[in-house]
Design a protein around this ligand. Sequence first.
Ligand SMILES: [Zn+2]
Length: 144
Amino acid sequence: MQGFFYKVSSAMARFMYGRNGTDQLNWAILVVYLILWVLRTVVSLLQVPFAATVIDVVMLLLAIALLWRTFSRNLPKRRAENQKFVNWWWPIKSRFSAAKARRADKEHKYFTCKNCKTICRVPVGKGKIVITCPKCGHQIEGRS
Ligand SMILES: [Zn+2]
């Protein structure tokens, strides 16, 4: 049995050699696919007309894209696609994690400047205050 699994795994390794395999973009496609799969279940329960068909088509396209990208031998092209995706996703992701960190921070209160959208941090418990935006000098009134 052990020999069998070894043969299968080395055959797989040989098959995947020189192919793209899993990258961040493929993970993202998989996540979107799973979200749609859940959505598809909800939609069919609610019997929304056309929605199920649309989701089916999108899911099929995603599955094709995922398989295509996984087994593709055109590595420079796949890496370029992945890089494009990472460049797009990274700022979104860091904005999310920054928001999460701000929520977890109980020592400070955060104000967003209405003028330039800079986030200003002040210690909690100062009462009513006027914050001057360090970037544009706009004044924000708040309570901390
Ligand atoms: Zn400002």
